[in-house]
Design a protein around this ligand. Structure first.
Ligand SMILES: [Zn+2]
Ligand SMILES: [Zn+2]
Length: 261
């Protein structure tokens, strides 16, 4: 039972990384911690870093790419990224030796899974979400997005595992001491998804196939895990789907691994 599953190593504005357990190895989805910290977090969840066979990068922001070059080069593995992201990686000296380019909209095999990448509205050069398919199972991940559009709704509907951003509470954000420009950036349609929008998206995306929901990229200053969990539990109760396993991804500690197959 380790053919298809997930371990969230950490999520938030200080770093994002997850392991997707696949039939032919493990995939590191984003590498937003130092290589050493990635290894430490994997070991905490009994994952051998040498079993990671590929890295997938969602976009170029540092909280998703910090350890990507050092980790990938150390283990001699391929890093999948879009070409605009690779240009920034080259310019900012984090381009790994072995890269595989893809474009939003592409489907490609990685470690025995079918992977689909799709565009997310976010203030980076090129941001994608991913869907991973294995047999009847579908795992969808979208962690940096300013709003949910028709494409995203369509791609993420009916996931067995759905990992979605629930970044901030707009009132806490507006009252925070953050700079006005940063507040505007986060609140914009190319910033980050607020709790209410994440809840509305859950209602639209959850189907009878859905078994796991993970809420991620929770702002440490402008949100809290309890608010996020309670709002999502209300959605699940309203949908009479209390059977769905709900998790809130943490910044500091990896979540327990879970497997579908
Ligand atoms: Zn970002
Ligand atoms: Zn981010």
């Amino acid at each position: 039972m380790s053919l298809f599953g997930m371990t969230v190593l950490g999520s938030g504005s200080s770093g994002n990384a997850s392991i997707i357990h696949a039939p032919e190895g493990k995939i590191l989805l984003d590498a937003g911690f130092s290589a050493k910290e990635l290894e430490r977090r994997m070991e905490k969840r009994s994952i051998d870093p040498a079993e990671v066979k590929a890295v997938l990068i969602s976009h170029e922001h540092g909280d998703h790419t910090k350890g990507c070059r050092v980790f990938a080069d150390k283990y001699g593995i391929r890093v999948y990224m879009t070409s605009p992201v690779s240009r920034i990686a080259e310019k900012n000296s984090f381009l790994p030796e072995n890269t595989v380019l893809f474009a939003p909209g592409d489907s490609f095999p990685v470690c025995g899974l079918d992977v689909e990448a799709f565009t997310l509205p976010h203030d980076a050069m090129d941001t994608v979400g991913f869907v991973f398919r294995y047999g009847e199972w579908k795992m969808g991940v979208a962690t940096d997005l300013g709003h949910v559009n028709t494409l995203i709704r369509e791609r993420l509907k009916g996931c067995t595992v759905l990992m979605l951003e629930s970044n901030h509470d707009p009132d806490i954000l507006r009252n925070s001491s953050r700079a006005l420009s940063l507040k505007r950036r986060i609140l914009s349609r190319h910033g980050h998804l607020c709790n209410a929008d994440a809840c509305a998206a859950l209602e639209e995306m959850i189907t009878e196939e859905t078994r796991h929901v993970i809420l991620a990229h929770i702002s440490s200053e402008c949100n809290n895990c309890e608010i996020v969990e309670n709002l999502a539990l209300q959605v699940l109760a309203k949908m009479k789907r209390e059977d769905i396993l709900l998790r809130v991804a943490l910044q500091e500690t990896p979540l327990e691994s879970f497997f579908l197959a």
